[in-house]
Design a binder for this molecule. Structure first.
Ligand SMILES: C[S@@+](CC[C@H](N)C(=O)[O-])C[C@H]1O[C@@H](n2cnc3c(N)ncnc32)[C@H](O)[C@@H]1O
Length: 274
């Protein structure tokens, strides 16, 4: 099964017209791979057949979106970045509530990583977190905070690199096959559907985590989102990308101070000239 560029372009255009969901700005090769995987999952041979199924079943678009956007994540992904972040969060001023946006939270491992780090710094209650994604089923998993024990082998290893003296098991309970994250970790977290390409950005933040999400988009959309994220950062705020994201261009970087590019951490200046 292979989907031509022309087929993909007309499909993404028609999806945009009918549902207002914009895949026209997704990077072509990776979108094509993802669409092929969905065709396989739905046991159909062509985009045309998929489209006919969508016309018959109004809800199929949501399953399609979930399957297209599904992405890998992990707890304490890139542990040394979390060591850097811990230093940054520990020196931040907490004379007011700090607002964090986790844009592209997937199944929630990054949110739990963040709240565990905040808990260890004793500032969990001083931070409000908005966690968003366009993948509804991933976000449902995020809210539950239940992960298969097999995954924990890697997560535990990452955690030990982050804090070799810490005790990871105090953050969850277990059943036969799963670990269940403790509720208190996400009591200040609000999960919300948000599509980065079509929805308004939700306010001003001190920290914006946007790790391994830009990889989905073509260059034009990446540039647009990078500008919007910059505008959504408060003075002194941090923009945090992932290791799969390319480093910002020299021009984009020049707007930030304290660019720890190797960790994909970028701090906005305290004041910005108009
Ligand atoms: C690879 S995961 C990254 C998860 C986490 N940030 C990390 O680095 O471990 C990418 C996430 O981006 C989300 N995503 C893709 N397109 C999106 C869009 N248009 N709006 C919001 N989220 C999107 C996917 O649903 C997926 O959950």
């Amino acid at each position: 099964m292979s989907v031509s560029k022309a087929e993909l372009d007309s499909f993404t255009n028609v999806l945009f017209q009918k549902y207002g969901i914009d895949f026209t700005c997704y990077e072509h090769q990776s979108l094509s791979r993802r669409v092929n995987r969905v065709l396989h999952n739905f046991k159909v041979d062509s985009i045309h057949e998929l489209w006919v199924m969508m016309l018959r079943d109004r809800n199929l678009i949501f399953t399609f979106m979930d399957q297209i956007s599904v992405g890998l994540t992990s707890m304490f992904r890139d542990p040394m970045t979390w060591v850097e972040l811990k230093k940054i969060f520990s020196t931040y001023k907490y004379d007011r509530v700090i607002n964090v946006w986790n844009a592209g939270c997937s199944t929630g491992e990054e949110v739990y990583t963040l709240t565990i780090m905040l808990d260890e710094l004793g500032i969990l209650d001083k931070v409000n977190i908005l966690a968003t994604d366009m993948n509804q089923s991933a976000m449902e998993d995020a809210k539950k905070g239940i992960y298969h024990k097999v995954k924990m082998i890697d997560y535990e290893k990452h955690y030990k690199q982050f804090n070799k003296f810490g005790n990871f098991s105090r953050y969850y309970t277990t059943d036969e096959n799963h670990i269940i994250m403790k509720d208190y970790l996400i009591k200040n977290v609000k999960f919300k559907y948000h599509n980065l390409t079509t929805d308004l950005f939700p306010g001003q933040f001190d920290f914006i985590f946007n790790r391994n999400v830009l990889i989905y988009f073509d260059q034009k959309m990446k540039d647009k989102l990078i500008t919007q994220f910059y505008q959504s950062l408060k003075p002194n705020g941090y923009y945090i990308l992932g290791f799969y994201d390319s480093i910002l261009s020299e021009e984009q970087k020049s707007k930030y101070i304290n660019t720890l590019s190797s960790f994909r951490l970028f701090q906005k200046p305290a004041s910005v000239l108009a």
